[in-house]
Design a protein around this ligand. Structure first.
Ligand SMILES: *Cc1c(COP(=O)(O)O)cnc(C)c1O
Length: 417
């Protein structure tokens, strides 16, 4: 048993649904991301069903994995989208997403991104500062439109996650300080081209406990009461994303328990509820397939040098994140402790430290839980073309992104005349 439902062993071979991962490696090469359609659909349905009839919208956080096939799959299920750039808006529209289900987050929206979103007719802008309100009002005015806005409020709650992915503390760059929110709503009201629509927060990512979510929700509800007392109408509450997944030992709450906790905190209020899950929808629906290039034994360490690297999957280098690493052909467990590293010229280029594995040159490995913030954070560092992406669906295999070619990689560059 692998512990990952859509990627499991059959007769000693790791499969993605009903497809042998070794077969995908043969056909498309490595490194290669493989996603499971069934896992993506199941994750979405868990969130959606957990609201049990309450007015809601699940807005998938596109930055977790922005492949068009994945966006299209969620769009077909009725999902909304949380975007953070004009580029992500284009992807959502191209993938058949409904602009009326799009919320636009992020601290640094540019005027042309605002223009594109206003023209598309998105559901809401999650605004993070007074200066942004001013610019959005101007841009909407030049288009003769009214921009629907929420303020993203920083509730000053400790998400108890990695500091790089914690966003809801008062010292973080995100959101409007809690104590200034009322004042800012009052000034937002005076802008001719803005319409106050919601109230928003997002406190961080990979949260493995419910308490911080419930605490943030409580603060947001107090603020909602005060805003309503002042005569403001708020049509929706956006409670952000951030629910964690299991990478190894974590035990994050189930989507159902998370939503139930939020709904019961909100009680009988009439607002529509939005959430913005990213990682929890895609993280465990993907693996990164890689091949062992060389084994290198030194007096101090045993290294497995694989063909995937930090440019393909940055999370270990960036957050010291842990990903399970499994042999594609089971071999009865390890006798050696390996440092699983990539070919990039950085000591930080590792995929796993101290892994007990039995390895031979040429073996295939699957780096698990790589569906979120894997491909979307990948780069071309060391002039490495980005990996191919494949989706399995039962026994079918779909190439959803070709491996990048060296020509594509340097296409925009020019030598001086
Ligand atoms: C990143 C982000 C999300 C998604 O976070 P996950 O941890 O992937 O669920 C949602 N909302 C905002 C504003 C974000 O920045």
């Amino acid at each position: 048993m692998s512990g990952f439902p859509s990627f499991d062993y059959r007769d000693g071979e790791l499969y993605g649904e009903s497809v042998q991962l070794s077969h995908i490696a043969q056909e498309f090469g490595t490194p290669c991301y493989v996603y499971s359609r069934a896992a993506l659909v199941a994750a979405y349905k868990k969130f959606d069903a957990a609201f049990a009839g309450r007015d809601h919208l699940v807005c998938y956080a596109v930055k977790a994995n922005s492949n068009l096939a994945i966006l299209n799959l969620f769009a077909r299920l009725g999902s909304g989208f949380d975007i953070v750039s004009g580029g992500e808006l284009q992807r959502v529209l191209k993938a058949g997403g409904d602009p009326q289900k799009v919320v636009f987050s992020g601290v640094g929206k540019q005027p042309d991104e605002m223009r594109a979103a206003l023209t598309a007719g998105i559901l809401c802008f999650n605004v993070e500062s007074e200066a942004e309100l001013t610019v959005l009002n101007q841009v909407a005015g030049t288009l003769n439109k009214t921009a629907p806005v929420s303020l993203r409020v920083n509730p000053d709650v400790d998400a108890r996650t990695h500091p790089y992915i914690s966003t809801g503390l008062k010292e973080n760059k995100f959101g409007v300080p809690f104590d200034e929110a009322e004042k800012l709503y009052a000034s937002a009201r005076k802008f001719a081209h803005l319409r106050i629509s919601g109230l928003d927060c997002h406190i961080g990512s990979q949260l493995t406990e419910l308490d911080p979510f419930v605490e943030a929700c409580g603060k947001i509800l107090d603020l909602l009461t005060r805003l309503e007392t002042q005569g403001l109408t708020i049509d929706h509450l956006d409670l952000g994303g951030g629910l964690g997944i299991r990478y190894s030992g974590e035990n994050p709450p189930a989507a159902q328990d998370y939503i139930t906790a939020l709904c019961s905190a909100i009680g009988r209020r009439s607002q529509r509820i939005l959430i913005e899950p990213g990682r929890a929808l895609v993280g465990n629906a993907g693996v990164l397939l890689t091949r062992v290039e060389y084994l290198k034994h030194t007096p101090h360490r045993d290294f497995a040098i694989v063909d995937a690297a930090m440019n393909d999957l940055m999370r270990p280098a960036l957050y010291d994140a842990y990903h399970e690493i499994l042999p594609v052909i089971a071999n009865g467990g390890g006798d050696k402790i390996y440092q699983v590293v990539g070919p990039v010229c950085e000591t930080g280029d590792f995929l796993g430290h101290d892994r007990k594995l039995a390895l031979t040159q040429g073996d295939l490995l699957a780096i698990m839980s790589a569906g979120a913030y894997g491909m979307s954070m990948s780069s071309n560092y060391n002039t490495r073309p980005r990996a191919a992406e494949v989706m399995v669906d039962g026994g079918r295999i779909h190439l959803i992104r070709q491996r990048e070619s060296l020509e594509q990689l340097i296409a925009g560059e020019k030598i001086l005349p």
